[in-house]
Design a protein around this ligand. Structure first.
Ligand code: 5HY
Length: 244
């Protein structure tokens, strides 16, 4: 099977990070392809950047459909464009927040989240609510390291994430979800440091996508996620009318 991991921002080093995380857990029969748009924000840390990342994400989904991809992962913790991607895709489309929450919910009574900037905490709460996990979430904390500084040793990101994850466990959570695709390569180190389960949404989404494909399951296309109606688009988006 072919799973396409779409990093919706345009930073190729993050695309390599999420591709490596997905490939590390994918089964022998799974081909993992990590991609990112050529247009859009270098990172997604605001509603504005999230909105402007969606056209590039959808372009990658459309390309995946013509390539015969079996499932997709939206590798950004805001799960940007997830619903629109499901309208374009045949196979399952899984967001890393969605996957992380589902996995963490099976590891204990309650879980917490550690994300990047405090301004993205509200979005994470909104997603937990949408996916039905709000009653299980103890808290959502921010390490206050910008996405693009996570892999800069000078940022002290790893130590800060450990500190915030330790606080989440001290606060009564049984597990922690990492709130950024760029933290995917922190997961094992942080879990060892705090002595508690830490979930990386990229890895969780990969194994969930594989399982759904293996079960022969795909996105339901008879209702809300049916292909969008064909329509004229103009200006910068003029080519998106042909995508649907
Ligand atoms: C992510 N932003 O996973 C989110 C993290 C965040 O560019 N990739 C990004 O801060 O919401």
């Amino acid at each position: 099977m072919r799973i396409r991991v779409v990093n919706p921002n345009t930073t190729t080093s993050m695309t390599r990070t999420v591709g490596a995380a997905a490939s590390a857990v994918a089964g022998p029969g799974t081909i993992v392809e990590a991609v990112n748009p050529t247009m859009g924000p270098a990172s997604i840390e605001s509603h504005y950047e999230e909105a402007l990342a969606v056209p590039g994400l959808l372009e990658q989904i459309a390309i995946g459909e013509s390539d015969g991809v079996d499932a997709y992962i939206v590798a950004c913790f805001g799960d940007p464009g997830l619903d629109a991607a499901r309208e374009l895709a045949t196979g399952p489309v899984i967001g890393i927040a969605e996957a992380g929450f589902h996995a963490a919910a099976m590891l204990g009574r309650r879980f917490g989240v550690v994300t990047t900037l405090g301004r993205t905490v509200g979005r994470a709460h909104e997603l937990a609510d949408r996916y039905g996990f709000a009653p299980l979430v103890t808290e959502i904390r921010a390490c206050e390291v910008p996405v693009l500084e996570l892999d800069d040793p000078a940022s002290g990101a790893r130590a800060l994430v450990v500190e915030e994850c330790r606080a989440v466990i001290a606060g009564g959570a049984d597990a922690v979800v990492l709130g950024c695709a760029g933290m995917a390569d922190f997961c094992s180190e942080v879990s060892r440091a705090i002595g508690a389960p830490v979930v990386d949404g990229v890895s969780a989404a990969t194994v969930l996508a594989e399982s759904l494909v293996r079960l022969g399951l795909s996105t339901g296309k008879h209702g809300e996620y049916a292909s969008p109606p064909r329509k004229q688009f103009t200006g910068l988006l003029q080519d998106f009318g042909a995508v649907a």
